[in-house]
Design a protein around this ligand. Sequence first.
Ligand code: SAH
Length: 423
Amino acid sequence: MKKQVQPRVEKGPRPLLSFTEQRVGKPPRHLIDLDPEARRALLVELGYPSFRANQLLKHYFAHKTIDPEIMTDLPAANRAELVKKVFPPLITQVKTQEADGGDTVKILWRLFDGVVVESVLMKYPDRATLCISSQAGCGMACPFCATGQGGLARNLSAAEIIEQLRMNMVLAEAGVLGESVRITNVVFMGMGEPLANYKAVISSLHSMIDPLPHGFGMSARNITVSTVGMVPIIDKLADEGLPVTLAVSLHAPDDGLRDDLIPINSRFKVKELLDAARRYFVKTGRRVSIEYALIKDMNDHKWRAELLAHELNSRGKGWVHVNPIPLNPTPGSIWTAATKKSETVFVETLLKAGISTTVRDTRGSDIDGACGQLAAGTVNPENVAKRAIKAQQAVDERIAKHRHEPENLDSILSVRENDLVKE
Ligand code: SAH
């Protein structure tokens, strides 16, 4: 049996990263987990001609259905049995919550083995975005994020990821957001670190982007994969030929602070991460998003905005977009969002330095559906709160010395940007 590893604060105390799943049961075999060739082979294995695969897939991706009654182009005899074998039910809708006057809908899903994940559907005037989970829980242990306090339960399969999308598509088209809406955008910003579940995430991206009958035919540019910064895997993603948008959860431009806010920074430093983000832009032509949760008196200083702008500009112009997000409250958090005033100064400093910047909205925060709030009852809220308090106090003590501007800031900022730009 695999060793169970859970992020926790040790006596030291530093949180542990975990890449090992606590639960390792495999979901039932599902057609959507397979690549196109294996999809045909499965039908042959089940005793059907291979072309039946495409018929089934068209129902799945075009009509978003797994109801055998509707599949009248398949022979009636054994149809229900066949459909059950290729599309076994993987996720069950457990709880639905609305916010923002019905424009945001958070759904709790139960998977075959009882683990739960959440997805959040958001309607905007010009689009509808689904935020999906790639893992049950998360092993990255970021102290300001509720998901990070419960540890990683397990990776989701590609089909479990895609089922979140298909079922939300059906609900959105049926009017769950007040009117019939088509999901145009997907962000991997729910529970989990998508790049730590790489194979399933890539396979799910194909099912989103590939044209019928092998996918929904969505536009790659409308899909965002968000990461804490797993540098070698960012390079791998850039080589996939899937020009999805990359979002990097940076939250600090200096290692002193980021080491504590994002534990994986102990392996991949800010400069290495921004170099990888830049390479992603060069290879895919997709502008990279930088996520920056503004935490009061922690990372919201003007000098940090200057340092961030410097790090970004020194790697080129126009390749990046910054999304500051006011910190969303999480159970037990001893930290709060930056004040409106310091948020404004932060944003203006970036804009003045020529960095495209927009403050991200906090959709769904009153139903714990906003960034960093998805805990999905994987652990009880009291435990989340207890762990968060412990983790944040430990960080707070360590980073006290990183609150102030470094003495050599001027010399750091005065390095001529052109000397640093690497094309
Ligand atoms: N693990 C991936 C995907 C999760 S995306 C990643 O970290 O990028 C969720 C986003 O919300 C990340 O940018 C995360 O850093 C941010 N976040 C986490 N907790 C938050 C909080 N309390 N307030 C605002 N943003 C938060």
